[in-house]
Design a protein around this ligand. Structure first.
Ligand code: FES
Ligand SMILES: [Fe+2]
Length: 367
Protein backbone atom coordinates (compact mmCIF):
# COMPACT_ATOMS: atom_id res chain seq x y z
CA UNK A 1 0.00 0.00 0.00
CA UNK A 2 1.23 3.46 -0.86
CA UNK A 3 1.85 5.58 2.21
CA UNK A 4 2.06 9.34 2.08
CA UNK A 5 4.52 10.12 4.86
CA UNK A 6 3.50 13.74 5.10
CA UNK A 7 -0.07 12.68 5.83
CA UNK A 8 0.18 9.51 7.92
CA UNK A 9 -3.41 9.69 9.14
CA UNK A 10 -5.26 10.40 5.95
CA UNK A 11 -8.65 8.66 5.65
CA UNK A 12 -10.36 8.53 2.24
CA UNK A 13 -13.66 10.39 1.90
CA UNK A 14 -15.26 7.52 -0.02
CA UNK A 15 -16.03 4.85 2.55
CA UNK A 16 -16.01 2.15 -0.12
CA UNK A 17 -12.32 2.73 -0.70
CA UNK A 18 -11.30 4.02 2.70
CA UNK A 19 -9.03 2.35 5.21
CA UNK A 20 -9.43 2.84 8.95
CA UNK A 21 -6.88 4.90 10.85
CA UNK A 22 -3.68 2.88 11.06
CA UNK A 23 -2.98 0.99 14.29
CA UNK A 24 -0.07 3.32 14.81
CA UNK A 25 -2.48 6.18 15.52
CA UNK A 26 -3.56 4.48 18.76
CA UNK A 27 0.06 4.11 19.83
CA UNK A 28 1.26 7.58 18.87
CA UNK A 29 1.89 9.86 21.88
CA UNK A 30 2.34 12.90 19.61
CA UNK A 31 -1.12 12.36 18.10
CA UNK A 32 -2.57 11.83 21.58
CA UNK A 33 -1.03 15.10 22.83
CA UNK A 34 -2.11 16.99 19.74
CA UNK A 35 -5.71 15.87 20.14
CA UNK A 36 -5.60 16.79 23.81
CA UNK A 37 -4.79 20.41 22.96
CA UNK A 38 -6.49 20.83 19.58
CA UNK A 39 -9.63 18.85 20.24
CA UNK A 40 -10.28 18.14 23.93
CA UNK A 41 -9.15 21.53 25.22
CA UNK A 42 -11.58 23.13 22.75
CA UNK A 43 -14.53 20.77 23.11
CA UNK A 44 -17.80 21.22 24.94
CA UNK A 45 -17.76 19.22 28.17
CA UNK A 46 -20.51 18.23 30.52
CA UNK A 47 -19.58 19.98 33.78
CA UNK A 48 -22.56 19.30 35.99
CA UNK A 49 -26.25 19.48 36.39
CA UNK A 50 -27.97 22.83 36.87
CA UNK A 51 -30.02 21.33 39.69
CA UNK A 52 -26.85 20.76 41.72
CA UNK A 53 -26.51 24.54 42.22
CA UNK A 54 -30.11 25.44 42.99
CA UNK A 55 -29.76 28.59 45.08
CA UNK A 56 -28.73 32.03 43.80
CA UNK A 57 -25.35 32.89 45.30
CA UNK A 58 -23.55 29.56 45.26
CA UNK A 59 -20.39 28.06 43.79
CA UNK A 60 -18.80 24.70 43.24
CA UNK A 61 -15.29 23.75 42.09
CA UNK A 62 -15.03 21.48 39.02
CA UNK A 63 -11.98 20.05 37.36
CA UNK A 64 -12.34 19.85 33.61
CA UNK A 65 -11.32 16.37 32.42
CA UNK A 66 -9.40 15.26 35.45
CA UNK A 67 -6.35 13.33 34.37
CA UNK A 68 -6.20 14.89 30.89
CA UNK A 69 -6.82 18.65 30.98
CA UNK A 70 -6.96 19.16 34.75
CA UNK A 71 -8.34 22.63 34.23
CA UNK A 72 -9.58 24.13 37.53
CA UNK A 73 -12.97 25.77 37.02
CA UNK A 74 -15.79 26.94 39.22
CA UNK A 75 -19.48 26.65 38.45
CA UNK A 76 -21.14 29.72 39.91
CA UNK A 77 -24.75 30.83 40.21
CA UNK A 78 -24.98 34.57 40.86
CA UNK A 79 -27.64 36.36 42.93
CA UNK A 80 -29.80 36.81 39.81
CA UNK A 81 -29.77 33.08 39.22
CA UNK A 82 -27.44 33.23 36.21
CA UNK A 83 -25.12 30.24 35.91
CA UNK A 84 -21.52 30.75 34.78
CA UNK A 85 -18.31 28.82 34.59
CA UNK A 86 -15.26 30.76 35.71
CA UNK A 87 -11.59 30.00 35.85
CA UNK A 88 -10.94 28.89 39.41
CA UNK A 89 -7.38 30.18 39.38
CA UNK A 90 -6.72 33.37 41.32
CA UNK A 91 -5.34 36.08 39.07
CA UNK A 92 -2.81 37.05 41.76
CA UNK A 93 -0.47 34.09 42.11
CA UNK A 94 -2.60 31.20 41.04
CA UNK A 95 -4.16 29.75 44.17
CA UNK A 96 -7.49 28.01 43.71
CA UNK A 97 -10.35 30.33 44.57
CA UNK A 98 -13.37 28.10 45.22
CA UNK A 99 -12.28 25.11 47.25
CA UNK A 100 -15.57 23.69 48.34
CA UNK A 101 -19.16 23.79 47.22
CA UNK A 102 -21.52 26.07 49.07
CA UNK A 103 -23.39 29.37 49.27
CA UNK A 104 -21.45 32.60 48.79
CA UNK A 105 -22.01 36.32 48.14
CA UNK A 106 -18.65 36.78 46.46
CA UNK A 107 -15.51 34.75 45.88
CA UNK A 108 -12.51 35.25 48.05
CA UNK A 109 -9.09 33.73 47.53
CA UNK A 110 -7.89 32.47 50.87
CA UNK A 111 -4.20 32.92 50.04
CA UNK A 112 -3.96 36.74 50.17
CA UNK A 113 -7.60 37.79 50.23
CA UNK A 114 -8.34 38.87 46.66
CA UNK A 115 -12.08 39.17 46.09
CA UNK A 116 -14.15 38.60 42.96
CA UNK A 117 -17.85 39.00 42.19
CA UNK A 118 -19.88 35.95 41.27
CA UNK A 119 -19.53 37.10 37.66
CA UNK A 120 -15.73 36.79 38.02
CA UNK A 121 -15.12 40.53 38.17
CA UNK A 122 -12.20 41.70 40.34
CA UNK A 123 -13.52 43.47 43.46
CA UNK A 124 -10.66 44.17 45.83
CA UNK A 125 -7.15 43.26 46.90
CA UNK A 126 -5.31 44.05 50.13
CA UNK A 127 -1.89 45.74 50.13
CA UNK A 128 -1.94 46.81 46.49
CA UNK A 129 -1.91 50.57 47.09
CA UNK A 130 0.91 51.88 44.95
CA UNK A 131 0.65 49.22 42.26
CA UNK A 132 0.26 51.06 38.95
CA UNK A 133 -2.30 50.21 36.30
CA UNK A 134 -4.15 48.06 38.78
CA UNK A 135 -6.65 46.54 38.54
CA UNK A 136 -6.79 45.68 34.86
CA UNK A 137 -9.40 43.53 33.11
CA UNK A 138 -6.93 40.67 33.33
CA UNK A 139 -7.22 40.77 37.12
CA UNK A 140 -10.75 39.43 36.84
CA UNK A 141 -11.39 35.69 36.57
CA UNK A 142 -11.76 34.53 32.97
CA UNK A 143 -15.35 33.56 32.12
CA UNK A 144 -15.65 30.28 30.27
CA UNK A 145 -18.33 29.64 27.61
CA UNK A 146 -21.25 27.93 29.34
CA UNK A 147 -24.57 26.68 28.05
CA UNK A 148 -27.25 24.36 29.21
CA UNK A 149 -29.49 21.82 27.60
CA UNK A 150 -32.25 21.27 30.11
CA UNK A 151 -30.55 20.28 33.34
CA UNK A 152 -27.26 19.47 31.61
CA UNK A 153 -24.60 22.14 31.86
CA UNK A 154 -21.75 22.28 29.35
CA UNK A 155 -18.64 24.43 29.23
CA UNK A 156 -15.87 24.98 26.72
CA UNK A 157 -12.55 26.79 27.19
CA UNK A 158 -12.36 27.76 23.52
CA UNK A 159 -15.31 26.40 21.54
CA UNK A 160 -14.26 25.07 18.19
CA UNK A 161 -17.93 24.74 17.32
CA UNK A 162 -20.59 27.27 18.37
CA UNK A 163 -22.93 25.84 21.00
CA UNK A 164 -26.04 26.41 18.87
CA UNK A 165 -24.56 24.46 16.01
CA UNK A 166 -23.39 21.67 18.33
CA UNK A 167 -26.84 21.09 19.85
CA UNK A 168 -28.87 21.76 16.70
CA UNK A 169 -29.25 18.02 15.90
CA UNK A 170 -30.64 17.46 19.42
CA UNK A 171 -33.15 20.26 18.94
CA UNK A 172 -34.27 18.81 15.66
CA UNK A 173 -34.69 15.23 16.78
CA UNK A 174 -35.36 15.08 20.50
CA UNK A 175 -36.29 18.68 21.28
CA UNK A 176 -39.91 17.58 21.87
CA UNK A 177 -38.93 15.65 25.01
CA UNK A 178 -39.37 17.18 28.50
CA UNK A 179 -35.70 18.15 28.98
CA UNK A 180 -36.53 20.64 31.72
CA UNK A 181 -38.04 17.81 33.78
CA UNK A 182 -34.90 15.67 33.71
CA UNK A 183 -33.69 14.70 37.15
CA UNK A 184 -30.04 13.86 37.64
CA UNK A 185 -29.64 10.57 39.50
CA UNK A 186 -26.19 10.53 41.11
CA UNK A 187 -27.03 7.23 42.82
CA UNK A 188 -27.46 5.59 39.41
CA UNK A 189 -24.47 7.35 37.84
CA UNK A 190 -21.05 5.73 37.78
CA UNK A 191 -17.62 5.64 36.24
CA UNK A 192 -16.08 2.81 34.31
CA UNK A 193 -12.38 2.50 33.62
CA UNK A 194 -11.32 0.86 30.38
CA UNK A 195 -7.80 -0.34 29.58
CA UNK A 196 -7.80 1.09 26.07
CA UNK A 197 -7.16 4.21 24.00
CA UNK A 198 -10.18 6.52 24.20
CA UNK A 199 -10.71 6.47 20.43
CA UNK A 200 -11.13 2.69 20.49
CA UNK A 201 -13.95 3.12 22.96
CA UNK A 202 -15.56 5.70 20.65
CA UNK A 203 -15.00 3.53 17.55
CA UNK A 204 -16.94 0.74 19.20
CA UNK A 205 -19.75 3.04 20.31
CA UNK A 206 -20.23 4.32 16.78
CA UNK A 207 -21.48 1.12 15.24
CA UNK A 208 -24.34 -1.25 15.91
CA UNK A 209 -22.59 -3.79 13.68
CA UNK A 210 -21.34 -5.70 16.73
CA UNK A 211 -24.69 -5.85 18.54
CA UNK A 212 -25.66 -9.37 17.40
CA UNK A 213 -22.15 -10.68 18.18
CA UNK A 214 -21.37 -8.93 21.43
CA UNK A 215 -24.65 -7.99 23.10
CA UNK A 216 -27.07 -10.93 23.21
CA UNK A 217 -29.45 -9.22 25.63
CA UNK A 218 -29.51 -5.91 23.74
CA UNK A 219 -29.95 -7.83 20.50
CA UNK A 220 -33.18 -9.29 21.83
CA UNK A 221 -34.72 -5.83 22.19
CA UNK A 222 -33.18 -3.83 19.31
CA UNK A 223 -34.10 -4.58 15.71
CA UNK A 224 -30.71 -5.01 14.04
CA UNK A 225 -32.20 -5.07 10.53
CA UNK A 226 -33.70 -1.64 11.07
CA UNK A 227 -30.66 -0.06 12.77
CA UNK A 228 -29.63 3.21 11.11
CA UNK A 229 -27.16 6.06 11.15
CA UNK A 230 -27.33 9.71 10.35
CA UNK A 231 -24.31 11.98 10.15
CA UNK A 232 -24.22 15.69 10.87
CA UNK A 233 -21.23 18.06 10.89
CA UNK A 234 -20.22 17.70 14.55
CA UNK A 235 -21.31 14.14 15.22
CA UNK A 236 -23.93 11.57 14.39
CA UNK A 237 -27.06 9.77 15.46
CA UNK A 238 -27.86 6.09 15.63
CA UNK A 239 -31.51 5.12 15.82
CA UNK A 240 -32.52 1.83 17.38
CA UNK A 241 -36.06 0.54 16.92
CA UNK A 242 -37.67 -1.98 19.23
CA UNK A 243 -37.90 -5.60 18.24
CA UNK A 244 -40.56 -6.84 20.65
CA UNK A 245 -44.03 -5.40 21.15
CA UNK A 246 -43.46 -4.91 24.90
CA UNK A 247 -40.37 -2.71 24.76
CA UNK A 248 -40.83 0.87 25.91
CA UNK A 249 -40.80 3.19 22.88
CA UNK A 250 -41.11 6.93 22.33
CA UNK A 251 -44.42 8.59 21.78
CA UNK A 252 -43.28 10.64 18.78
CA UNK A 253 -45.04 13.78 17.52
CA UNK A 254 -46.74 13.55 14.13
CA UNK A 255 -44.20 15.81 12.44
CA UNK A 256 -41.21 13.81 13.73
CA UNK A 257 -38.99 12.13 11.09
CA UNK A 258 -39.62 8.78 12.82
CA UNK A 259 -43.36 9.36 13.41
CA UNK A 260 -45.22 6.05 13.50
CA UNK A 261 -42.05 4.04 14.16
CA UNK A 262 -41.24 2.15 17.35
CA UNK A 263 -38.05 3.96 18.37
CA UNK A 264 -36.43 2.55 21.52
CA UNK A 265 -33.33 4.78 21.60
CA UNK A 266 -31.67 7.75 19.95
CA UNK A 267 -27.91 7.46 20.39
CA UNK A 268 -26.24 10.82 19.78
CA UNK A 269 -22.52 11.24 19.62
CA UNK A 270 -21.03 14.71 19.65
CA UNK A 271 -17.39 15.08 18.67
CA UNK A 272 -15.12 14.10 20.25
CA UNK A 273 -16.23 12.36 23.43
CA UNK A 274 -19.83 12.95 24.35
CA UNK A 275 -22.62 10.43 24.01
CA UNK A 276 -26.21 11.24 24.80
CA UNK A 277 -28.29 8.10 24.82
CA UNK A 278 -31.90 9.17 24.84
CA UNK A 279 -34.46 6.59 26.00
CA UNK A 280 -38.16 6.73 26.80
CA UNK A 281 -37.20 6.79 30.52
CA UNK A 282 -34.54 9.51 30.26
CA UNK A 283 -30.93 10.07 29.25
CA UNK A 284 -27.70 8.26 29.85
CA UNK A 285 -24.90 10.73 29.23
CA UNK A 286 -21.54 9.08 28.64
CA UNK A 287 -18.45 11.25 28.64
CA UNK A 288 -15.29 9.53 27.43
CA UNK A 289 -12.32 10.90 29.36
CA UNK A 290 -8.83 9.89 28.28
CA UNK A 291 -6.45 9.23 31.17
CA UNK A 292 -3.50 8.06 29.12
CA UNK A 293 -2.68 6.28 25.89
CA UNK A 294 -4.21 3.03 27.13
CA UNK A 295 -6.48 4.15 29.91
CA UNK A 296 -9.90 5.75 29.63
CA UNK A 297 -12.53 6.72 32.14
CA UNK A 298 -16.13 6.67 30.95
CA UNK A 299 -18.57 8.63 33.07
CA UNK A 300 -22.13 7.42 32.96
CA UNK A 301 -24.46 10.13 34.22
CA UNK A 302 -28.09 9.17 34.51
CA UNK A 303 -31.00 11.59 34.09
CA UNK A 304 -34.60 10.45 34.35
CA UNK A 305 -37.89 11.99 33.20
CA UNK A 306 -40.08 8.91 33.47
CA UNK A 307 -39.15 7.14 36.75
CA UNK A 308 -41.93 4.62 36.12
CA UNK A 309 -40.03 3.32 33.07
CA UNK A 310 -36.56 3.38 34.65
CA UNK A 311 -36.47 0.02 36.35
CA UNK A 312 -33.86 -2.53 37.35
CA UNK A 313 -34.18 -4.28 33.95
CA UNK A 314 -33.12 -1.11 32.12
CA UNK A 315 -30.23 -0.48 34.50
CA UNK A 316 -29.01 -4.05 34.27
CA UNK A 317 -29.17 -3.96 30.46
CA UNK A 318 -27.01 -0.82 30.31
CA UNK A 319 -24.48 -2.17 32.77
CA UNK A 320 -24.28 -5.54 31.03
CA UNK A 321 -23.90 -3.85 27.61
CA UNK A 322 -21.11 -1.65 28.99
CA UNK A 323 -19.16 -4.63 30.34
CA UNK A 324 -19.52 -6.42 27.00
CA UNK A 325 -18.30 -3.30 25.19
CA UNK A 326 -15.32 -2.94 27.52
CA UNK A 327 -14.29 -6.54 26.90
CA UNK A 328 -14.18 -6.08 23.11
CA UNK A 329 -12.53 -2.67 23.31
CA UNK A 330 -9.80 -4.01 25.59
CA UNK A 331 -9.25 -6.96 23.24
CA UNK A 332 -8.85 -4.48 20.35
CA UNK A 333 -6.34 -2.53 22.43
CA UNK A 334 -4.23 -5.68 22.65
CA UNK A 335 -4.79 -6.35 18.94
CA UNK A 336 -3.63 -2.98 17.67
CA UNK A 337 -0.27 -3.52 19.36
CA UNK A 338 0.42 -6.33 16.88
CA UNK A 339 3.28 -6.20 14.40
CA UNK A 340 1.05 -8.01 11.93
CA UNK A 341 -1.93 -5.66 11.88
CA UNK A 342 -1.83 -2.34 10.01
CA UNK A 343 -5.31 -1.04 9.34
CA UNK A 344 -8.73 -2.28 8.30
CA UNK A 345 -11.62 -1.36 6.01
CA UNK A 346 -15.15 -0.14 6.72
CA UNK A 347 -18.54 -1.73 6.17
CA UNK A 348 -20.25 0.81 3.88
CA UNK A 349 -23.58 0.16 5.60
CA UNK A 350 -22.68 -0.34 9.25
CA UNK A 351 -19.54 1.73 9.81
CA UNK A 352 -20.42 5.13 8.36
CA UNK A 353 -20.16 6.75 11.80
CA UNK A 354 -16.76 5.19 12.56
CA UNK A 355 -15.59 6.39 9.17
CA UNK A 356 -16.80 9.90 9.98
CA UNK A 357 -14.99 9.80 13.34
CA UNK A 358 -11.73 8.71 11.70
CA UNK A 359 -12.09 11.49 9.12
CA UNK A 360 -12.63 14.04 11.91
CA UNK A 361 -9.59 12.77 13.81
CA UNK A 362 -7.45 12.77 10.68
CA UNK A 363 -8.57 16.33 9.90
CA UNK A 364 -7.76 17.48 13.45
CA UNK A 365 -4.30 15.96 13.20
CA UNK A 366 -3.63 17.57 9.84
CA UNK A 367 -4.84 21.04 10.72
S1 FES B 1 -3.09 33.93 45.04
FE1 FES B 1 -5.07 34.60 45.41
S2 FES B 1 -4.79 36.36 46.62
FE2 FES B 1 -2.78 35.67 46.25
FE1 LIG C 1 -21.68 -2.11 22.10
Amino acid sequence: MHTDHSRPYRVEADIRQAHTLPANFYRDPAAFGRLREEVFARAWHWVGSAGALPTPGSARPVTLLEGLLDEPLALVRDQQGQLRTLSNVCTHRGHLVVQQAGPCQQLRCRYHGRRFGLDGRFLSMPEFAGATGFPRPGDSLPVVATANWGDLVFASLDPQQPWIEWVQPLHARVGFLPWDQLQHQPAYSREYEVAAHWALYVDNYLEGFHIPYVHPALNRVIDYGDYRYELFPGGNLQVGTAKGADEPVFDLPDDHPEAGQRVAAFYFWLFPHLMLNVYPWGVSLNQVEPLGMTRTRVRFETFVWRPDLYDATQRELLHQTELEDEAVVEAVQRGIGSRLYQRGRFSPRMEVAVHQFHRLLAAALES
